[in-house]
Ligand binder design. Sequence first.
Ligand code: NAD
Ligand code: ZN
Ligand code: ZN
Length: 351
Amino acid sequence: MAGQIPEMQWAQVFEKNNGPIEYKQIPVPKPGPDEVLVNIKYTGVCHTDLHAWKGDWPLAEKLPLVGGHEGAGVVVAVGELVNDIKVGDHAGIKWLNGSCGACDFCMASDEPLCGQALLSGYTVDGTFQQYCIGKAAHVARIPKEVKLDAIAPVLCAGITVYKALKESGARSGNTVAITGAGGGLGSLACQYAKAMGFRVLAIDGGDEKKDMCLNKLGAEDFVDFTKQDVVATVKDLTGGLGAHAVILLAVSEKPFQQATEYCRSRGTVVCVGLPAKARISAEVFPTVVRMITIKGSYVGNRLDTQEAIDFFKRGLINAPFKTAKLSELTKIFKLMEEGKIVGRYVLDCSA
Ligand code: NAD
Ligand code: ZN
Ligand code: ZN
């Protein structure tokens, strides 16, 4: 069943929140009957991983923890009950590692809402290691022709923004404002939005992010929140009406207070970013009389996963990413904290 699987592997592990993250050797885990073991070749670094290390969300996590949930690699072992994915297949470990399969939400294919969901790099060890376990029912099936480094960010960022764009109800030709467009989720959101036929209005800060959004990701306009009045500028760019949908990806509270003001009447604000201890607020009167919808969107289900991968496979998604080694995780976290990452970082997990 299994090929040459070592006893020990390299991993990034922390014992407590905000404590040291140690790059060290730990045992390779053994898959249970309904699980697969994936040799992770590349893993993206999502801002969620930084939240997990800081422990700044009101959601309990496993400690000590191996973070990470955008892992792309090769299946090296499968449990005895697994018969639809085999050794040698390419697979992805995503945020939703497993779910009960039997609750109302799972039965309705809303498995991210399952009360017993297992979360990679949060409630179970994730992809900042060379060998990671996933429930066979949930690992993403990655076609062999797809490059494992480029697909890694799709496994959280891509699925999440694709789902959020669907949840926005926008139709082709509509303007979608993407707030946090220069970050990891944002860069993929610009590409998915374009591929879905929307006009992309990107909002973020700094010239490097502006250049990426306009010249590499297909955004038609860029609003710099560090220099411009976001509400007035978005309105100017949309004939005074505002964007049909706003996808909020920023890790700061202010955009969550502002978004309804630059959303068009009958438009939808989709909240995706998860800044710690933040609140959403909007004035009641204009929200009611302009019929604004405010909603949350949380990762995606298995079909969203396959659809997001399919867009990528068809060559429609091409967001720039930078590569570093698994050993360099703390450096990447620091850059992320400072808002200096343009797009996504992908870690090469070969030692
Ligand atoms: P990131 O750090 O790569 O990107 C965040 C971007 O927001 C940066 O480019 C930053 O410059 C920008 N930004 C900050 N303040 C802004 C402002 N006022 N206006 C506009 N842009 C601003 O982070 P990421 O990996 O893309 O993750 C974003 C957030 O989404 C995190 O909180 C993460 O935990 C969350 N997330 C949610 C889901 C979900 O299912 N809802 C899934 C994955 C990640
Ligand atoms: Zn993520
Ligand atoms: Zn369930």
